[in-house]
Design a protein around this ligand. Structure first.
Ligand SMILES: Nc1ncnc2c1ncn2[C@@H]1O[C@H](COP(=O)(O)OP(=O)(O)OP(=O)(O)O)[C@@H](O)[C@H]1O
Length: 303
């Protein structure tokens, strides 16, 4: 479990993380979402003690990272997937990591197999594709068989097959009872991967809860209605439900099609169309974070 409480970190005039409080539970994939510059990477660095907060605390399984007795066996991280060691083979890199952390050599072959790199273990990492580097980074994170895993943008630059692979891996790691905390700025990808969600903007918490709640809360369920009896329907809807009129159709929000069908029937309006509009999750997310993006963009322009 990761528990951040009022976590705050500023770099000069920029408050990268601002009184951020959230929990990532064990046995769940928690998506950590926010627009560029929202403070995701900074938060992750704070979790693993690579940076020191100005205020607030963050605990990993109840303990600050720097006080963990055996950090690599408690927390696995992939914070910079593009890291590479051109001269060394993937397997040798992992062996070096294992040796410096008292992890037996046989674990190296286990994790190589787990990420599907066995056949290229001897190939120099400098020749790895981005997808292979991601897999190597994940292998390194898994070396110590940790209970908590942090991945910063692990699907960045991956092809659909690579994305599907990572998604499945994250699910199985969580199913084993681990805490899986994964950042992204892509909501559609997260919607398929994460069970829980922490959304931030400008370093502040915007949403924390389950993905299902987020979808239910943010996707606007509208219904598109067409009728030759527009006046009757307008009268029936006015004061009852929220609606707009677009291209000769009514778009009603906040109620389901059963209720609208009944209102129309009672008003004597024949319906030529009564179709639910699936709310766009991506649009809702953009709406939610727009203010954060606009505010955040201003200093960039001023520079
Ligand atoms: N070491 C640093 N020195 C100065 N400013 C920094 C530093 N690290 C981060 N920042 C600033 O803090 C803010 C948050 O950055 P951060 O990298 O944590 O965001 P992010 O959500 O990970 O963004 P992205 O999705 O673009 O990676 C940004 O305004 C960034 O410029």
């Amino acid at each position: 479990m990761i528990e951040a409480t009022a976590l705050t970190k500023a770099y000069g005039d920029t408050t990268a993380v601002n009184e951020l409080t959230f929990t990532a539970r064990s046995g769940r994939v928690t998506g950590f979402l926010g627009p560029n510059g929202a403070g995701k990477s900074t938060t992750m660095r704070l979790v693993v003690g690579l940076d020191t907060p100005d205020a607030g605390t963050v605990l990993v399984d109840g303990v600050p990272y720097r006080e963990l007795e055996d950090p690599l066996r408690t927390v696995g991280t992939m914070l910079d997937a593009a890291w590479r060691h051109p001269g060394r083979g993937g397997r040798d890199h992992l062996r070096w990591l294992a040796a410096t952390n008292g992890i037996p050599d046989k674990r190296v072959d286990e994790v190589l197999a787990l990420v599907g790199l066995t056949s290229v273990g001897k190939t120099r990492a400098g020749r790895y594709s981005l997808g292979m580097l991601q897999r190597l980074g994940i292998a390194a994170a898994l070396l110590g068989d940790p209970r908590v895993l942090l991945f910063d943008e692990p699907v960045n630059g991956l092809d659909p097959e690579g994305m599907a692979w990572i998604r499945q891996l994250l699910h199985s790691l969580a199913a084993e009872g681990r805490t899986v905390f994964v950042s992204s700025h892509l909501l559609p990808e997260m919607a398929q991967t994460a069970q829980d969600l922490v959304v931030i903007g400008r370093g502040r918490l915007i949403y924390q809860g389950t993905m299902d709640e987020f979808v239910a809360r943010t996707s606007r369920h509208g219904v598109r209605v067409r009728t030759p009896h527009a006046d009757e329907l307008r009268t029936a809807l006015t004061g009852q439900v929220e609606f707009t009129e677009e291209d000769g159709a009514f778009v009603v929000s906040g109620v389901d099609s059963d209720r609208i069908g009944q209102l129309a029937f009672d008003a004597g309006a024949t319906l030529h169309e009564l179709s639910p509009i699936a709310g766009s999750l991506e649009q809702s997310y953009l709406d939610l974070t727009r203010e954060a993006v606009e505010f955040g963009a201003a200093p960039e322009v001023a520079r």
